[in-house]
Design a protein around this ligand. Structure first.
Ligand code: 3PG
Length: 306
C-alpha cells in the first residue's frame, strides 16, 4: 500500500518522521509531496496511491478522479471544507479528519492575536488588557473550549453560542450560554470564530451581526475567511472606527482593509494556527494511524462522508 502525504504547507520534520514510522510499521510505503506549487504535481502524485494525508490542500474532483487507487483521504486537522465530499462518496473513498489534534495550537494563536491587537499591534502606545473583558466563543468545539479555558486564565469573562452543543455541557465549564449569535455578539467585546465553512455559514458573519458588538469590539478569526462577508466588513469598519479585525486567514480584500484601516487589522502572512511541531505531530500520527486502522480493520471512526 502506498500512502501519500501531500502538504503544500509542510509538517515539521519530526511529524513527517512520526508519520513514516506508523506507515512503515504497517509495511506500507510513504510518498512525500511537500511545498508543491502547481496542481499538476498533486495530480501526478496521487495517480497510484491507496491513501493520502492532506492539510488545507484542495482535494477537488479533478484530484480525486486522478487518484485511481485511492481508498481513504485524511485531512490532518479539523476543517474538511477542502475535500469534495460528494465526489469522494461517489467513488467510495472514505474521507476523515482528525478532530482535536491541532486544537491547542489554534487556540493559543487566537489568544495571541487578541493580545497583539489589544496592545495596538505593538505600536508602543497605551493599549488595553484582556482582563475583565468578555469573550464570545462562536462555536464551542475543540478549539472554542480551549480558547475559553485560556481566556479564563487571563481573567476574561467567557460566553459561548453553539447550536450543536447542549447548554448543560457549556454551562458545566463555567461559560455563559447564549441561545443565538445575535445575543452573543451583543454582549461581547471580543468574538472568536470557530465555526466551519459550509453552505449555511458562508458569509454569515455580516454587518448586522457585527454591528451588535459593543464599543471597542474585536473580531478574531482563526476559522475560515469564507464565513465573513468581506464587503460588509469594509462597510462596518468604515462606519465604526472602534472596530478591529484580526485573522489567521487573510481575506480576499486584505490589501483594501490594510490600506483603509491601518492599525485596526492584522492578518498572518500564511495560515499558521495549526503550525506548531506539537500539532503537526499529533495530527500527523492520528491521520496515519486512522489510515492503517481503516485499511487493516475497516475502522471508519472519524469518517466525515458517511
Ligand atoms: C484545521 O482546520 O485543522 C486548521 O485550519 C489547520 O489548517 P492547516 O493544516 O492548513 O494549517
Amino acid at each position: 500500500m502506498k500512502v501519500l502525504v501531500a502538504t503544500e504547507k509542510p509538517f515539521a520534520p519530526a511529524a513527517v518522521n512520526a508519520i513514516k514510522t506508523v506507515v512503515e510499521n504497517a509495511n506500507y510505503e510513504l510518498v512525500l509531496l511537500e511545498k508543491y506549487s502547481d496542481n499538476s504535481e498533486l495530480l501526478a502524485a496521487v495517480a497510484d496511491v491507496d491513501a493520502m494525508i492532506i492539510r488545507s490542500d484542495k482535494a477537488t474532483k479533478e484530484v480525486l478522479d486522478a487518484a485511481k487507487n485511492l481508498k481513504i483521504i485524511v485531512r490532518a486537522g479539523a476543517g474538511y471544507d477542502n475535500i469534495d465530499l460528494a465526489t469522494a462518496s461517489e467513488k467510495n473513498i472514505v474521507a476523515m479528519n482528525t478532530p482535536g489534534q491541532n486544537s491547542n495550537a489554534v487556540a493559543e494563536l487566537a489568544i495571541g492575536m487578541m493580545v497583539y491587537v489589544a496592545r495596538g499591534l505593538f505600536n508602543g502606545k497605551a493599549g488595553s488588557e484582556l482582563k475583565g473583558k468578555t469573550i464570545g466563543i462562536h462555536a464551542y468545539g475543540n478549539v472554542g473550549k480551549l480558547v475559553g479555558n485560556i481566556a479564563k486564565g487571563f481573567g476574561m469573562k467567557v460566553a459561548a453560542f453553539d447550536p450543536f452543543i447542549s447548554a448543560e455541557t457549556i454551562d458545566a465549564d463555567g461559560v455563559t450560554v447564549y441561545n443565538s449569535a445575535e445575543e452573543l455578539y451583543s454582549n461581547c467585546q471580543y468574538i472568536s470564530l470557530h465555526i466551519p465553512a459550509n453552505d449555511k455559514t458562508k458569509e454569515s458573519i455580516n454587518y448586522e451581526l457585527l454591528n451588535k458588538m459593543p464599543k471597542g469590539a474585536t473580531l478574531v478569526n482563526t476559522a475560515r475567511k469564507e464565513v465573513v462577508n468581506e464587503t460588509e466588513l469594509v462597510k462596518l469598519m468604515t462606519d465604526r472606527e472602534d472596530f478591529k479585525y484580526v485573522s489567521d486567514i487573510a481575506p480576499n480584500n486584505a490589501e483594501e482593509l490594510k490600506e483603509k484601516f491601518d492599525g485596526r487589522v492584522y492578518f498572518t502572512p500564511k495560515k499558521m494556527g495549526a503550525q506548531t511541531s506539537e500539532a503537526n505531530i499529533n495530527a500527523g500520527i492520528a491521520a496515519a494511524t486512522q489510515i492503517v486502522n481503516f485499511l487493516e480493520n475497516g475502522d471508519t471512526t472519524f469518517q466525515v462522508n458517511k
